[in-house]
Design a protein around this ligand. Structure first.
Ligand code: LFR
Length: 480
C-alpha cells in the first residue's frame, strides 16, 4: 500500500513548525518542512500573539512541504481570536501570560464557587483558562463587537479553509465544557455572562475541517483539493496521542515550555481531593480524559537563558550536571513563575524565602531548576496515581524535554520508575497520526502507539540513587 503524506502545523509558545509525516502500515517518518519563531509582543495594552506572522509561517511551511494528502493544526491551548460581524479578526489575540486575568478568578468564584466550577468542568485553576480571560474582557469594546470566537488552531484553520469550528480537545481547556458529556456547560456560561453563541459548532479529532481555499493553493503552490482535518488541536492532546506506550499502566510527561504530567483515563476525576491537588480533566482522543497537572516546565530555564544572553546550552547542562544535587528546590508548580522576566532573581528569591542556599552561578541555577522539575514530576505522578487509583509501571517523557538527558535521568530517579524518553516531536506525530487514522491508514489508539513504539527512537532511563533524598527535598517544599 502507498505511503501518504500529512502536513502537521504545530505551534509552540516560542516557535512554530510545519512537519511532513509519511505514514504507511510500517512507516512513520517525520521531516521538518519549515520552522519559524513565535515572538510574543509587549504593546502598551499588554502581551499579544503576532498571529499574522504565524499564519505567514504556516503558508511558508505548506509551500515548503510540497504535495500532501491533508493538513492538521495544533497549538497551545486557551487563547483565541475574536471576529467581527464581517468575519474579520478584531485585534491581536491576547497571550495567556498577559496580566489581564490577575484577580479575576476571585470575582468568578463569587458567582460560581470554585468547587462548583470544578465539579462542572473538571478543569484545574489556572488564571489563563478561557473562562477567566473572557471574564477579564467583559465590557471591552472589542468583546462587544465580537460575533465569533475561534481558538488559535481553529482561527488558522478558518483562514486556510473559510470554515469555522471549535475542536473539542482544545475547547475542553476553556473551562466551559463538561468532561463527562463533551458538551458546553450552558448553565455555567449563563451565570458568568459568557455568550456561548460566540463559539462555532464543536468538531472532533478526525472530523473534516474544510478544503484549502483557492487563494491558499495559489500562494502555496499546492494542487487541490487539499483537505484540512481536525486533529487533537490542543498540542498536549496531540502529544498524549503520540505517547509510545505498549501497555495500559503508564504515566506521561509532555515536556516543553510546560511539563504536563499525568494519566490517560476513560472518565474524569472530579473529587474535592482532585481539585485541591489542582489536577485537570482535559479531553483527549476518543473520549479519553487527560488527567494531569500543569508544571511550569522548561519555561523556567528558557527565561533564565534569555536573561543570561543565550549562553551555550550544552555547556550550561554540563555545569548543571556537575553542580551539587538537590541543594535547593523551588515549587515548579507555583503560578508565581508564570509571568516573563527576572527569572534567575525570582528563583533565587524563592530559595531564600524557603531558607535554602541561594544558587548563584548559571550552572547552579540550572541544576536547581532541573531538580525542581524532576521533583514536581514525581509529585504529580504520585498524586495522579493516588487520586485516580491507577498505578503505573513506567513514565513516558515526550516533547522537547526528551533532548535534556539530565532532566530525563533526574525524573526517573525522582519517580523511582523507569522513564522512556521520546519522541521529541510528539505533538506533530500525534497530529499526523490522527489525520492518517481519519483517512483509514492506521487503526485505533493502541495501533497508533504500537506504530510509534516500532518506528521512533526511544531512550530508556532506569531509576537510580537514593529515594530518601527526593522525599527529603519534597518535605522541604511542603514546609514553606
Ligand atoms: C502546552 C500548553 C498546555 C496549556 C498551556 C497554555 O503547550 O498547551 O497544555 O496549559 O500550553 O495554553
Amino acid at each position: 500500500t502507498a505511503v501518504k503524506a500529512y502536513a502537521a502545523v504545530d505551534l509552540g509558545a516560542s516557535s512554530g513548525r510545519v512537519m511532513v509525516g509519511r505514514v504507511g502500515p510500517d512507516t512513520l517518518e517525520l521531516t521538518e518542512a519549515h520552522r519559524f519563531p513565535n515572538r510574543p509582543v509587549l504593546v502598551p495594552e499588554g502581551l499579544r500573539w503576532d498571529v499574522l506572522s504565524l499564519y505567514a509561517g504556516v503558508l511558508d511551511g505548506l509551500r515548503a512541504a510540497g504535495p500532501v494528502d491533508s493538513v492538521g493544526i495544533d497549538s497551545w491551548a486557551v487563547d483565541y481570536g475574536l471576529l467581527d460581524a464581517d468575519g474579520e479578526l478584531l485585534g491581536n489575540p491576547v497571550h495567556y501570560r498577559d496580566a489581564r486575568t490577575e484577580g479575576v478568578a476571585e470575582k468568578v468564584w463569587a458567582t460560581v464557587p470554585a468547587a462548583e466550577l470544578y465539579a462542572a468542568t473538571g478543569l484545574q485553576y489556572a488564571p489563563f483558562n478561557t473562562l477567566y480571560q473572557l471574564t477579564a474582557a467583559a465590557g471591552t469594546a472589542r468583546l462587544a463587537q465580537a460575533r465569533r470566537l475561534l481558538l488559535i488552531p481553529d482561527l488558522l484553520s478558518y483562514w486556510l479553509t473559510g470554515e469555522q469550528g471549535t475542536e473539542l480537545t482544545n475547547a475542553s481547556t476553556t473551562q466551559l465544557i463538561d468532561p463527562r458529556t463533551g458538551d458546553w456547560r450552558h448553565d455555567v456560561a449563563a451565570r458568568l455572562g459568557i455568550d456561548l453563541e460566540l463559539f462555532a459548532p464543536l468538531r472532533r479529532p478526525g472530523d473534516p475541517a474544510g478544503l484549502l481555499r483557492p487563494q491558499v493553493l495559489a500562494e502555496t503552490g499546492l494542487t487541490g483539493p487539499v483537505p484540512v482535518t481536525a486533529v487533537g488541536s490542543h498540542d498536549t492532546a496531540s502529544a498524549v496521542a503520540a505517547v509510545p506506550a505498549v501497555g495500559e499502566r503508564f504515566a506521561y510527561i509532555c515536556t516543553g515550555t510546560w511539563s504536563l504530567a499525568g494519566l490517560e483515563l476513560t472518565a474524569p476525576v472530579l473529587t474535592e481531593d482532585s481539585r485541591a491537588a489542582n489536577f485537570t480533566n482535559e479531553l483527549g482522543l476518543d473520549g479519553t480524559v487527560r488527567y494531569l497537572r500543569n508544571i511550569m516546565g522548561l519555561w523556567l530555564l528558557q527565561e533564565c537563558v534569555r536573561a543570561w544572553g543565550e549562553p551555550d546550552l550544552d555547556a550550561l547542562l554540563r555545569d548543571a550536571a556537575a553542580a551539587p544535587a538537590l541543594r535547593s528546590v523551588v515549587d515548579a508548580g507555583d503560578a508565581a513563575f508564570l509571568a516573563p522576566g527576572r527569572m534567575p532573581e525570582r528563583i533565587a528569591e524563592a530559595c531564600r524565602a524557603s531558607g535554602q542556599p541561594v544558587p548563584r552561578t548559571p550552572g547552579e541555577i540550572t541544576r536547581c531548576i532541573l531538580d525542581s522539575l524532576a521533583l514536581a514530576h514525581r509529585r504529580a505522578i504520585a498524586d495522579a496515581q493516588r487520586l485516580a487509583d491507577r498505578p503505573v509501571d513506567v513514565v513516558h517523557i515526550v516533547g522537547g524535554g526528551t533532548r535534556n538527558a539530565l532532566l530525563c535521568r533526574l525524573t526517573a530517579d525522582a519517580c523511582g520508575l523507569p522513564v522512556v524518553a521520546g519522541p521529541t516531536e510528539a505533538a506533530a506525530l500525534g497530529n499526523v497520526l490522527v489525520q492518517a487514522r481519519a483517512h483509514g491508514l492506521v487503526g485505533d489508539r493502541a495501533g497508533m502507539r504500537r506504530l510509534l513504539a516500532r518506528t521512533q527512537p526511544l531512550t530508556r532511563y532506569e531509576p537510580q540513587g537514593d529515594a530518601e533524598r527526593w522525599r527529603e527535598a519534597e518535605a522541604r517544599l511542603a514546609l514553606r
